[in-house]
Design a protein around this ligand. Structure first.
Ligand code: ACO
Length: 326
């Protein structure tokens, strides 16, 4: 059976680190509050002229280098992002040009924090259908650009970063085993950016309402996130006739430590099965899962045959899982 196999991973985070101590000087908060409520200690923030496409390009190049694949060999390039360089065209087209991936079709996927898993599903399906041989899947965000740095409810949570994987069509048991995508648009306003797309156009008048920032009702999002992450993880296990014990590594979207711990508890995962790096990067939305995957891979912690469950939840709402055999 032809599967999409991950043959290289890469990631990139901007140089600048913003600590909880730095945030204490910006809004009324404390390191103690942030650490206890979110588990986040620091996050990376893009430089003034550093854009999502720059982060994505660096992560993608790292993944290509690890895979030993040239950019021209890629025939499909997908970026999961909600903080693209432009409203349109796709940031994927900028990355395609930066890399010289001249033979790749390029498109963005907008599924907020589930963006990478949605993008992975799109590329995996295309490979399994025989329409692509090698694909580049990227999750990249500069959330810092849509955060209200005066709002302590949200500004402490997010960071910038990118992660990428190279997929190759291979015969065998290893690769993406299944993907599971879900959405519920009925509660969209619990987590969204009200403007400036085409509903609320940019104007001096509109700017007074600050619609260009991320808006979130944290308490409500928390509950739905835990429920949805648990639900889709169980769906993925059932589809593959697996049990929780079969998972070697659970890589959830790194939203905050309490969501991760509550989800792990509901799934009855042991702490060694759960990968956590939210303390160092915060919530980088669509980038958290590929960033974490690259960290474990580069640390040499993955061995052939390992079962990985990628589990995401984000604005939309969207939620998604991917079962992977390494
Ligand atoms: N520092 C100090 N106090 C704060 C801060 C802060 N940074 N932020 C809020 N508070 C205060 C509030 O004002 C409130 O004070 P009040 O009781 O006087 O009104 C108090 O702390 C409690 O606020 P809550 O919002 O109830 O705090 P909660 O325990 O729910 O924690 C948090 C807030 C961390 C945002 C939590 O709701 C959460 O993690 N939600 C999920 C958010 C998330 O991860 N979203 C992303 C998932 S999807 C995606 O990745 C896009």
């Amino acid at each position: 059976m032809i599967r999409a196999r991950i043959i290289g991973t890469g990631s990139y985070v901007p140089e600048k680190v913003l600590t909880n101590a730095d945030l204490e000087k910006m809004v009324e908060t404390s390191d103690e509050w942030i650490t206890a409520r979110t588990g986040i200690r620091e996050r990376h923030i893009a430089a003034d002229k550093e854009y999502t496409s720059d982060l994505a390009t660096k992560a993608a190049q790292n993944a290509l280098d690890m895979a030993g694949v040239k950019a021209e060999e890629i025939d499909y390039l997908v970026v999961g992002t909600i903080t693209g360089d432009y409203p349109w065209p796709a940031t994927a087209c900028i990355v395609q040009s930066n890399l010289g991936a001249v033979n790749a079709g390029a498109v963005d996927v907008s599924a907020a924090c589930s963006g990478f898993v949605y993008a992975l599903a799109a590329a995996s399906d295309r490979i399994q259908a025989g329409h692509a041989k090698k694909a580049l899947v990227i999750g990249a965000e500069t959330l810092s650009r849509i955060i209200d740095w005066e709002d302590r409810n949200t500004c402490i949570l997010f960071g910038d970063g990118a992660g990428a994987v190279v997929l190759e069509a291979q015969e065998g048991e290893a690769g993406i085993l299944s993907t599971h995508l879900h959405a519920d648009g009925t509660q969209l306003e619990l987590l969204y950016q009200p403007g400036f797309a085409t509903r609320i156009l940019p104007s001096i008048e509109a700017l007074k309402e600050r619609p260009n920032f991320l808006y979130m009702q944290g308490n409500e999002v928390f509950k739905v996130a835990v429920r949805s992450l648990t639900e889709v993880a169980n769906i993925a296990l059932k589809a593959n006739q697996m049990k929780v014990e079969d998972i070697d590594l659970f890589i959830p979207h790194q939203a905050n430590i309490r969501i991760l711990e509550a989800t792990a508890k509901r799934l009855k995962l042991r702490s060694e099965q759960v990968y956590i790096n939210v303390d160092r990067f915060g919530n980088t939305s669509g980038a958290t899962i590929p960033l974490a995957l690259d960290e474990v891979n580069r640390a040499g912690k993955l061995k052939a045959g390992d079962i990985l469950l990628l589990d995401a939840f984000g604005g939309g709402f969207t939620w998604a899982a991917a079962m992977v055999r390494w």
